[in-house]
Write a protein that binds this ligand. Structure first.
Ligand code: CTP
Ligand code: MG
Length: 229
């Protein structure tokens, strides 16, 4: 099978409270999205890459990579799952096979280590379902009530944080996402769609610093690290 990449980049970044969607904020002299694309472009195993963009996105055309013929442009949707689904449809129309693998990676995760990407590809190559990079919970976990009072300490050993890339077969993922969207189920990553379809995706331990830029302090932290590298 071939390997394809989907980068959903059609969000507005409301929690970032910046003057533009967070994927277009600068990090070390370039935009976050350019760093993210660099993690995949030119990788010898990956056949093609689709990026989902908002219809009226004024920032993308200004990037040098907007003219890169290797990048397919898919339509963003109202939720992340819609953006990913649109990109899967586009890849299918470009000749991708149902049994091909698709790696879905958030535009807002510019710090994916090559070693993590390689481990994901290697560990899932023969997997019947696929899976995702994930990080074991480190802190003691509390379940709270609506008043913000601790009601229970949760067993940390069974809790993981879901990261990306998430890697599934194109046909199975398209079916699961399409069905979940049609059913109105809340889906924030590909694994949840596959779980909803009755599958048990495999966890592949990754580095915690492949964090998703969500709030201003995430970018401040990464910018400091980037400057120190
Ligand atoms: N995303 C997308 N289409 C959407 C919503 C999100 O392609 N309709 C993308 C974002 O651009 C981001 C990734 O999905 O790369 C992860 O989503 P998230 O971190 O939630 O980004 P935003 O939705 O942009 O941020 P927020 O939820 O704070 O508004
Ligand atoms: Mg969001």
């Amino acid at each position: 099978p071939s390997f394809w990449t989907v980068i959903p980049a059609a969000g507005i970044g409301s929690r970032m409270r910046a003057d533009r969607p967070k994927q277009y904020l600068p990090l070390g002299g370039r935009t976050i999205l350019e760093h993210t694309l660099d993690c995949f472009l030119g990788h010898p195993r990956l056949k093609g890459l689709a990026v989902s963009l908002a219809a009226d996105d004024p920032y993308w055309p200004q990037l040098p990579c907007a003219g890169d013929g290797r990048i397919l442009r898919a339509a963003g949707g109202s939720e992340r799952a819609d953006s990913v689904f649109n990109a899967l449809q586009l890849l299918a129309g470009q000749g991708a096979d149902a049994s091909d693998w698709v790696l879905v990676h958030d535009a807002a995760r510019p710090n994916l280590a090559r070693a993590d990407l390689e481990r994901l590809l290697a560990e899932l190559a023969d997997d019947p379902v696929g899976g995702l990079l994930a990080v074991p919970a480190r802190d003691t976990l509390k379940r709270a009530d609506a008043d913000g009072r601790v009601r229970q300490t949760v067993d940390r050993s069974v809790v993981w944080l879901a990261y990306t890339p998430q890697m599934f077969r194109l046909g199975a993922l398209r079916q699961a996402l399409g069905d979940a969207l049609a059913a109105g189920v809340a889906i924030t990553d590909e694994s949840s769609a596959m779980e909803w379809a009755g599958q048990a995706p495999r966890l592949v331990e990754g580095r915690a610093d492949n964090l998703k830029i969500t709030r201003p302090e995430d970018l401040e932290w990464l910018a400091r690290r980037w400057a120190g590298d």
